[in-house]
Design a protein around this ligand. Structure first.
Ligand SMILES: *Cc1c(COP(=O)(O)O)cnc(C)c1O
Length: 447
């Protein structure tokens, strides 16, 4: 298997390939995004059954680095990285659980939730960051002058970058939109020792600044390496989420996978992983993908409505789903392919709908972040319209841990969230320390 190779090429198909160890983010010919291309013929040297056996055998192993859900599939991700340069905190292998009670309430018996927030930094961004930082470590070992890694972030990317960079001993610089990130998210890069800059702008504004600071190749500024999902190394790790879901169903595909989207890197990655499995004969068809957007920040939904004839950008309004508060999505073209090739759907949900869906899921034992609420709310709408059938198997990707969004939870149950009716608010009851009163009160609640 040592002959396996991967390199960058233009996503739109311009000629030319580039080493994954080169400082390059976009196609020098057309300015479009790059993607990592694998040698499919070399990968076909193993049969579908051999790949399944190999990957199944690695789940949970302590043999470095294969116990990671990402590096357990190293041949498909970044085969040329030396094992000693892998920077991993054994991300991935997150639980896919049967949300039986919630499913029954909304009328779909096979509702499954992929809890990607049960991860080192509390979101699915760890999956991509382990790959990017491992490549940077190898670059530095080979003498490429990368002095620091940097990202603009709505919160979760910066937490993942700061943690993996700290684990590798590589300096990290974080650009955050001032006041638009939850305190729990802001504190993660601070705790991990990153250099945190809060800019007086929104996410899209941070993205503009960081693009000027992290130039491609030859430029004197190329020593600060861009870690946003525009850098397609991240996509390689993120794509394992789709592979893992199929693996967890004993290599069967679900009918639908629903994911909240902002910058559109993750839905592109989900598709890329599934497509690779199809090319290697592991699955015979693709699940239908649903992209869920907040109606306050819905450029992809608007593009979908116009049949993807033109890319819409908006100024993102303030949404509870802060990680998807993005108006000019970078991975637009890749995401259009993901929707079109899977007969997919883009749906939007209001602030109330996402908060209500999250609260309802919580009453069945989950603890959902607002983005997961958006994905669930999109599902509820599609069930109502009978686009998703009650007999179908549905996976909702839960992208972050609810504990990162405590103000959202508190606000909901205190009834203080804007544009949200807290129908399921469950405030504590204050009582005197009197057993008689306490007993009566409990009795009333239980009847
Ligand atoms: C990053 C993120 C998303 C969206 O991913 P994109 O690649 O930006 O579309 C959704 N939910 C959470 C919690 C995230 O951190």
């Amino acid at each position: 298997m040592s002959k396996l190779r991967s390199h960058f090429r233009c996503f739109r198909g311009c000629a030319g390939t580039y080493s994954v160890l080169e400082v390059i983010y976009t196609c020098p010919k057309c300015g479009g995004l790059l993607e990592v291309q694998h040698d499919i013929d070399a990968l076909r040297a193993r049969s579908a059954d051999e790949w399944k056996r190999l990957f199944d055998a690695r789940v949970g192993t302590t043999e470095w680095p294969y116990g990671s859900g990402v590096w357990g599939k190293k041949e498909w991700i970044m085969p040329t990285i030396a094992d000693e340069n892998v920077v991993s905190m054994y991300e991935g292998n997150s639980n896919l659980f049967w949300a039986e009670r919630l499913g029954r309430q909304v009328g779909v018996s096979e509702l499954w939730v992929k809890l990607c927030g049960n991860s080192h930094t509390g979101s699915f961004k760890d999956l991509g960051m382990t790959v990017l930082i491992s490549v940077v470590k190898q670059m530095r070992e080979e003498g490429v002058p990368v002095r620091a890694v940097a990202c603009a972030s709505t919160g979760d990317t910066s937490a993942a970058l700061a943690a993996y960079a700290a684990a590798a001993g590589i300096p990290a610089v974080i650009f955050l939109p001032e006041g638009k990130v939850s305190p729990a998210q802001l504190i993660q890069p601070i705790a991990n020792g990153a250099y945190v800059l809060a800019l007086d702008t929104d996410f899209d504004g941070c993205m503009r600044v960081i693009r000027e600071i992290t130039h491609d190749g030859e430029s004197p500024d190329s020593s600060i390496y861009l870690a946003n999902s525009m850098n397609s190394l991240r996509i390689e790790g993120q794509k394992t989420v789709g592979v893992e879901i199929v693996q967890q169903f004993d290599w069967e595909i679900p009918d639908w996978i629903i994911i909240p989207v902002g910058n559109l890197g993750n839905i592109s990655a989900l598709y890329k992983g599934l497509k690779l499995m199809q090319e290697l004969g592991i699955i015979s068809r693709l699940p239908r993908l649903v992209a869920a957007q907040a109606s306050k920040a819905n450029p992809f939904y608007l593009s979908y409505l116009n049949g993807f004839r033109e890319k819409v950008s908006v100024e993102a309004g303030s949404t509870l789903a802060s990680a998807i508060q993005i108006g000019a999505p970078v991975s637009y073209e890749k995401a259009v392919q993901a929707i079109q090739e899977t007969d997919g759907i883009v749906e939007q949900v209001s602030e109330h709908e996402m908060a209500a869906a999250a609260a309802m899921a919580d009453t069945t034992g989950m603890y959902t972040c607002p983005h997961t609420g958006a994905a669930l709310a999109a599902l509820f709408k599609l069930l109502e319209r009978k686009v998703v059938k009650s007999s179908e198997r549905v996976v909702v990707i839960s992208t972050a841990h609810g504990l990162k969004f405590t103000p959202f939870k508190v606000g909901y149950h205190e009834g203080t969230l804007m544009e949200v009716e807290s129908d399921l608010a469950n405030p504590p009851v204050y009582l005197p320390a009197d057993a008689e009163v306490v007993r009566d009160t409990i009795q009333r609640r239980l009847t």
